[in-house]
Design a protein around this ligand. Sequence first.
Ligand code: MG
Length: 217
Amino acid sequence: MKLINPSTKEHLHVGKVLCIGRNYARHAAEMGSSVPKSPVVFLKPSTAIVRTQGTVVLPTMSSDVHHEVELVVVIGPGGRNIRESEALDHVMAYAVGLDMTARDLQSEAKKKGKPWSIAKGFDTFAPLGPLVPAHKVADPHALTLSVKVNGIVRQHGHTGDMIFTVARLISYCSRVFTLEPGDLLYTGTPEGVGPVMSGDHLEADCTGLPSLTVTVV
Ligand code: MG
């Protein structure tokens, strides 16, 4: 899977797909989860990525796949142990994304203390919208996020409600994983997650970013 740097038009490979769970208090509450004291990090394989106007394929192993609309950060300059004060200098671009989640498999995994990799990692479970250069987004915490299913708004939130800021997430993740150009960071979803069905048309929006549309089959 390749990305194009929207500023330089240079091609780069997608690296790690880092994702943050429970980064909005009201979403944590709707999942019956507590608000975390440090970021909840998990990974998706790059094979989960599908671009706009693509297709999300419902896996036969799940009967309850949910949409989670999220602001996605694309890493440009890599690094490790990045200071929070310098973290936004490592952002190459932003996009809107969907963290598709097999909720039934995730609930079972949570109960058994197992990882979420399968619930989160199926092919096509990481739709990614068009990239916008970072300098065009003045404040990543002043954006409205929403998702429409068949034209009806199902999820609506604001990036100002993130528990851990983009800078904090980059800094935190860089203490564990060396960040590299082309790494993605899905920053968590606001409340209002819900199921999708075959035939559904999803449109994810974030202020100032091009829409992401996918069809579910
Ligand atoms: Mg999520």
